[in-house]
Design a protein around this ligand. Structure first.
Ligand SMILES: CC(C)(COP(=O)(O)OP(=O)(O)OC[C@H]1O[C@@H](n2cnc3c(N)ncnc32)[C@H](O)[C@@H]1OP(=O)(O)O)[C@@H](O)C(=O)NCCC(=O)NCCS
Length: 171
């Protein structure tokens, strides 16, 4: 594989972020609670401020994966205060042409390292139960199911299963 580069998105990257996020929502509508229509309606300044973690008082790790400067993946780790022990994973997506090459695994590793460095002891996410690739990704990475599935959206028959992975410092 050509060199994979994973970097942290900052407000100046908002156009790249907007582009890859909208691509992910368009490509995988059943994987995310938000819809392409909802996010396509956001203004440029809203996209920019999403990445302005300081102004939002948000402790988060917004990651973009690129190969030869082309965006091929996205994932966020977010700590929701006051519970500073848990990192929630959102927006995980890898472009169809780049799947099966370990990119999601690499994004997860970065988030896990950041979570450990932030003193967190749990990774948490929710995955659509019918999404076999993502369920297998998370299971093989060490996530286990927890709690009951809930609807993806109020108008959806798809169900979201919460999953968690306990972290041990020193890993
Ligand atoms: C799920 C997704 C992120 C996986 O990305 P990826 O970069 O292809 O995954 P990786 O190559 O890192 O694979 C890691 C592991 O995931 C599992 N996996 C990935 N794709 C799979 C597939 N199509 N079928 C079965 N298992 C799969 C495997 O266990 C794999 O490990 P292995 O290759 O050693 O068997 C990607 O398919 C995707 O973006 N799907 C649409 C969006 C989505 O579902 N996001 C998740 C929201 S919770």
């Amino acid at each position: 594989m050509n060199e994979l580069e994973i970097s942290i998105l900052t407000p100046k990257d908002w156009e790249r972020y907007k582009c890859v996020r909208l691509e992910s929502l368009n490509d995988s509508p059943d994987s995310f609670g938000s819809t392409f229509g909802e996010e396509a309606a956001l203004s440029d300044s809203e996209w920019q401020s999403r990445l302005d973690l300081k102004s939002r008082g948000l402790d988060a790790l917004p990651l973009i994966a690129e190969i030869n400067g082309q965006a091929v993946g996205l994932a966020w780790g977010v700590i929701h205060a006051p519970d500073r022990e848990v990192v929630h994973i959102y927006q995980m997506w890898v472009s169809p042409a780049s799947r099966g090459k370990g990119i999601a695994q690499a994004l997860l590793s970065e988030i896990k390292a950041w979570a450990l460095g932030s003193g967190c002891n749990l990774l948490a996410l929710a995955v659509t139960t019918s999404n076999a690739a993502a369920v297998r990704l998370y299971r093989s990475s060490g996530f286990i199911t927890t709690g009951q599935p809930t609807p993806l959206r109020s108008d959806s028959l798809l169900m979201l299963q919460p999953m968690v992975m306990t972290l041990h410092s020193g890993e």
